[in-house]
Write a protein that binds this ligand. Structure first.
Ligand SMILES: [Zn+2]
Length: 288
């Protein structure tokens, strides 16, 4: 049976894009870092369920919490890159993106002794207009990317991208793209990969998406953030739908995650991509 992939975006509660107006980067240094506690609870859950996950780490956080990153790596989990300062790929631009990658590689290599070979962009910000990012990643020798969300969304998403892992052919070489899990209902793809959706919807819906993948002999990719396991985090003065989406059911993430881990088999992304080698359909990238 195909093992699913469990991924964690290692960042702080104040790094979230929706909260940027309240917590600009200039304020980060003075804010309370709460991810170490949440991550240590998560590591216990993973240990209990014998699951190895992939942690996409922010360079900014790895610089300030190197011990935490070493603890994660020491527990046998995979350390990957989430970029340096949680800026969307489009805002960085091609040159800025390359610098951001290089800086984060240096930091993570300094902390763990290994260069990260997998990448996930801030807020799944690889879209048709920033597809050049995959060319940059392939050129730097990355072995996989998980930055494309194959659903329409107001802030991100690549409608029409394959919901299953594919091998993206870029001018600089090929790179596997592993999008988070979606569920096809009535011909439309709905997100079933984690985050707010895992907190909002019943575990059953996620299990259904995973069972469908299992029948195809393919893994699905689930993601979560440490702050989703932290119901006591400070609340930002966001309003309306964003407030609801961001803070709903924070106290239930842990139990839901545990239910998923009990029902399905999970592992890290690097291993899953190795198992898929030679089996991924090709996705030619047409760059302007
Ligand atoms: Zn993130």
């Amino acid at each position: 049976m195909s093992r699913h992939v469990l991924t964690v975006d290692l960042e702080e509660w104040f790094h979230v894009m929706n909260l940027r107006p309240f917590f600009p980067p200039s304020s980060w240094e003075d804010l309370e870092r709460r991810s170490p506690d949440a991550v240590r609870r998560l590591l216990e859950i993973l240990e209990r369920r014998s699951v190895k996950a992939t942690f996409f780490c922010l360079g900014w956080l790895a610089e300030r919490e190197p011990e935490l990153v070493r603890e994660i790596a020491g527990a046998g989990h995979e350390i990957a890159s989430h970029g340096y300062g949680h800026r969307p790929v489009g805002a960085l631009g091609r040159v800025g993106f390359e610098e951001d990658l290089a800086g984060t590689e240096r930091i993570l290599e300094g902390v763990t002794g290994k260069r990260p070979l997998l990448f996930r962009a801030c807020s799944f910000s690889v879209t048709p207009s920033t597809a050049w990012a995959l060319d940059v990643l392939a050129g730097r020798g990355y072995k996989g990317d998980s930055s494309v969300f194959p659903v329409p969304h107001p802030d991100y998403g690549w409608k029409g991208f394959s919901p299953r892992p594919v091998l993206v052919e870029t001018p600089s070489g090929s790179i596997p793209e592993f999008p988070p899990l979606t569920l096809n209902l009535l011909g439309r793809n709905f997100p079933a990969g984690g985050g707010g959706y895992l907190r909002l919807f019943p575990v059953k819906l996620f299990s259904l998406a995973q069972r469908r993948r299992e029948r195809e002999g393919l893994p699905g990719c689930i993601y979560l953030h440490p702050w989703e396991l932290d119901p006591d985090q400070p609340r930002a003065p966001v309003g309306g739908l964003k407030r609801f989406r961001h803070y709903v059911n924070l106290g239930r993430t842990e139990a839901k995650l545990d239910a998923l881990l009990a029902a399905h088999s999970f592992g890290a992304m690097g291993e899953a991509l190795e198992n898929l080698e030679g089996r991924l359909p090709s996705f030619p990238l047409l760059l302007p």
